[in-house]
Write a protein that binds this ligand. Structure first.
Ligand SMILES: *Cc1c(COP(=O)(O)O)cnc(C)c1O
Length: 381
């Protein structure tokens, strides 16, 4: 056991070899001219955007996407090289920062483009167009608004993109909807090109777009969740067989062990009652660290390679687990909340399923007070 862990109540372990493995697997699915745009918004889906970005730079990936200006500025300040596209809204008054940090801003409609242009600062932009998700961008019926954006002199349009909203679902209805989105997007591009507009880089697929519609031929593919080696939902259907490895593990240490008698209750609300004399371990991690409170009396962890169910309500900073059947369990034993220990694996997809959400949400809400540690290196980032 490395000394470093001895001081920690809980930590996130990042497996950079798994990240590299995933990049290589995903690159195999891409056309030779397509480039990998790594989506590292929301602190790299909770993994640590700077850590992930630096490793990706080393692997030769030089295109990134984030959600906000602040996220993009942090990456630059920490030395991330290459293109950084801001996918979300940025206040036009921040145009100076967009330029100074050499960022690319998404233009979300004509009105927004006009306000950005009025700052009289030259910036690079990608146009978002609406092919059917109805979140950002103009639809094909509003193509004149899109054309007008190309006429704004301070905005240098170097790309155009759209987003698929049911690429993760292979039902006939969803496949038809996705194909409609694809054809609408390429129609829009044809119309623009035939009128002489240089649309620049084209991109449409995110992770499931690549996994399920890999035949598309774009310039960039925006990869988020697959980069981190997990599925959004445990039952997601994927057309391609691909081997991805989870990058993140979440671990803690047993703080205390005590026995309770039969018919005693545990924790807030007294929601759990012991059936017999039981051995209970207290784990110093709670919902403030991003562990959903609805896993109370439902979730489980791994200690000494064996499953220990969560008993009673998860508290803000602690939780209790039943270790009656685990021999020799003691203080400071490592608890695996997400990840593998021996034969048992606790998948983030399972936690997401129990919490009625997707892995993306569980990962990106993991608390900022949890240190991120590189597996094998034992340094904090
Ligand atoms: C978040 C996001 C992505 C990445 O999606 P994944 O499903 O995680 O791969 C791609 N494009 C846009 C516009 C996004 O907002």
């Amino acid at each position: 056991m490395n000394e470093y862990y001895d001081q920690k109540r809980c930590w996130i372990e990042i497996d950079l070899q798994a990240l590299e493995h995933n990049v290589n697997q995903l690159l195999k699915l891409m056309k030779s001219k397509e480039q990998f745009m790594a989506v590292i918004k929301a602190d790299g889906y909770g993994h640590g955007a700077v850590l992930i970005g630096k490793k990706l730079n080393q692997l030769g990936i030089n295109h990134f996407a984030v959600a906000t200006l602040a996220e993009a500025m942090t990456l630059r300040e920490c030395g991330i090289k290459g293109e950084i596209l801001i996918l979300g809204y940025t206040n036009p008054a921040m145009a100076y920062q967009i330029k100074e940090y050499q960022l690319i801003q998404s233009v979300i409609d004509y009105q927004y483009a006009r306000l950005l242009n009025e700052q009289h600062i030259d910036i690079q932009v990608h146009l978002v167009v609406d092919s059917g998700m109805h979140r950002l961008g103009h639809t094909i019926d509003e193509i004149d608004d899109i054309k007008a954006i190309y006429g704004l002199s301070y905005l240098h349009v170097c790309g155009i993109y759209s987003h698929l909203c049911v690429a993760d679902d292979l039902s006939i209805v969803s496949q038809n909807y996705t194909r409609k989105q694809i054809s609408t997007f390429f129609d829009m591009i044809d119309q623009l090109q035939s009128r002489g507009f240089d649309v620049g880089k084209i991109h449409l697929q995110s992770s499931y777009g690549l996994l399920n519609y890999s035949y598309l031929d774009c310039d960039y593919v925006r990869i988020g969740i697959s980069l981190y080696g997990v599925q959004s939902s445990k039952d997601d259907q994927i057309r391609l067989d691909i081997d991805l490895q989870p990058v993140l593990s979440l671990k803690a240490k047993v703080a205390l062990i005590h026995d309770i008698q039969e018919n005693e209750t545990i924790g807030y609300g007294r929601t759990y009652k012991s059936q017999k004399k039981e051995k209970i371990a207290v784990i110093p991690i709670g919902y403030a660290d991003g562990l959903p409170r609805c896993l109370s009396n439902q979730g489980q962890v791994i200690i000494r390679g064996q499953i220990a169910p969560i008993v009673g309500r998860i508290c803000m900073d602690q939780m209790m687990v039943d270790v009656t059947d685990i021999d020799h369990v003691q203080c400071d034993d490592i608890v695996t909340i997400i990840g593998q220990d021996g034969k048992n694996i606790q998948k983030v997809e399972t936690i997401a399923y129990q919490a009625q959400t997707i892995s993306n949400e569980i990962l990106c809400r993991l608390g900022h007070r949890i240190p991120r540690i590189v597996k094998g290196d034992y340094y904090e980032v």
